[in-house]
Unconditional design. Structure first.
Length: 413
């Protein structure tokens, strides 16, 4: 089958959307011929991997807007506008390709925000949208604890998602989709209001190579009890809640430590908060690290604390689980689907004070019971292997491709 994939973000060796785009493209190309439409900016890292025989069925198509238009996306300020215009140019290029190649199916992968349109939906071919996310929201009770920057971001995000209901291109994308895939139940509800007919929740996974590498990390023994968090230091990651919970934990376990791996605009605010809570000497801010360095630090920690308030995918949780580390998170978004009572502890998100108290109680339980940590960690590894392996996700995707073609009245795969 000839598949055209739209993957604006697609780069090997990366996490988040760039890594998702890369993993999807490489998995899909196993049984099919894939034309991957991505940014010209990604050419260098991609072409370093072209000797990999797994990429033999991929035809890379690079596209970017003219150089004079790229200033809009500098420092992320105009990224959405740039992406919107990129979609228009990508459609014009894809239309020419379709006339020559006659694709059997078009699959939009990244960006994966449901409120952004995919102009490739205008091609006269069956269209698969997703997995897309973004339907998750930070409960309003938590807004008062955000920085001014965080409140502005949440307000703008709320307005942007509200506009999606009236954006004719977003609505067309939703209604043209033969099948839509949502990363969470919240996004599924949003897609339904936009007019999607066929929607499924599709939770993302990890590549087999990553699972194998992470499975080699041994369970940690000894002291001190060490908690870690990984992610950009943004308000939506809820790290101030994590610091509050850690401060409570310190009263029972004064030798415990909290490592934060990542960087971002909230760094100074979090540093000040740790000082105010009296735990600054027990908190380490590592900044942004390479993937190899992150795995080295992960091996030195006992529990992942992931207090994110809206997270569609939660790759960090899956990586920690694959490494045999229990996860303590909020029962929201992607992490709420990934983590079970057998692999970690989820707490409801009702108010900041309640979350801090419940997170501290969960951490205290794990700090006092090494056997429980080991039991949850082993179950977490097994859950990743059984439910979040990219190879198995590929098998599911092939079934979805077949269903999309049948729904559209085309021959099966």
């Amino acid at each position: 089958m000839k598949v055209l994939v739209s993957a604006y973000a697609c780069e090997p060796g990366k996490g988040s959307e760039a890594g998702e785009g890369w993993n999807w493209v490489t998995q899909i190309s196993g049984p099919h011929q894939v034309w991957a439409l991505t940014r010209a900016n990604n050419r260098g890292p991609i072409e370093k991997e072209l000797c990999d025989e797994r990429l033999a069925n991929i035809h890379w198509v690079y596209f970017d807007l003219p150089a004079w238009m790229r200033f809009w996306k500098k420092k992320q300020r105009g990224m959405r506008l740039y992406y919107y215009l990129w979609q228009v140019g990508a459609y014009l290029l894809a239309r020419k390709l379709h006339r020559r190649i006659r694709f059997d199916l078009v699959h939009h992968l990244t960006f994966k925000s449901y409120w952004s349109p995919s102009m490739l939906a205008f091609l006269a071919t069956p269209f698969l949208w997703g997995p897309v996310g973004g339907g998750e929201s930070a409960p309003h009770e938590f807004w008062r604890s955000f920085s001014i920057r965080g409140r502005v971001y949440e307000a703008a995000r709320t307005l942007g998602r509200g506009w999606a209901r009236f954006d004719p291109f977003v609505r067309f994308t939703a209604r043209k989709a033969t099948q839509a895939l949502a990363t969470t139940d919240a996004t599924q509800d949003r897609l339904r209001t936009l007019g999607c007919k066929n929607i499924s929740v599709f939770v993302l996974g990890l590549p087999s190579d990553d699972i194998h590498r992470l499975s080699a990390i041994c369970p940690r023994e000894g002291s001190p009890f060490r908690i870690f968090s990984i992610g950009n230091l943004l308000h939506l990651k809820g790290f101030e809640l994590g610091l509050g919970a850690f401060a409570e934990l310190q009263r029972q376990f004064p030798a415990s430590e909290y490592w934060l791996i990542g960087d971002g605009p909230e760094r100074k605010r979090l540093d000040l908060l740790a000082t105010q809570l009296g735990v600054r000497n027990k908190v380490r801010f590592y900044g942004a690290l390479s993937r190899t360095q992150v795995l080295e630090q992960l091996a030195e920690c006992d529990v992942l604390l992931h207090p994110s308030l809206h997270d569609s995918a939660g790759w960090t949780c899956l990586e920690a689980m694959a490494a045999g580390r229990p996860v303590v998170c909020l029962d929201l978004g992607g992490p709420g689907l990934q983590v079970t009572k057998n692999t970690g502890i989820k707490v409801p998100a009702i108010s900041p004070a309640q979350v801090v108290h419940d997170l501290a109680a969960a951490l205290s339980q794990l700090a006092s019971d090494p056997e429980l940590r080991l039991q949850l960690g082993q179950a977490a590894r097994q859950r990743v292997v059984e439910h979040f392996n990219w190879d198995k996700k590929c098998e599911l995707m092939m079934g979805i491709y077949k269903r999309v073609l049948e729904t559209a009245g085309h021959p099966g795969v």
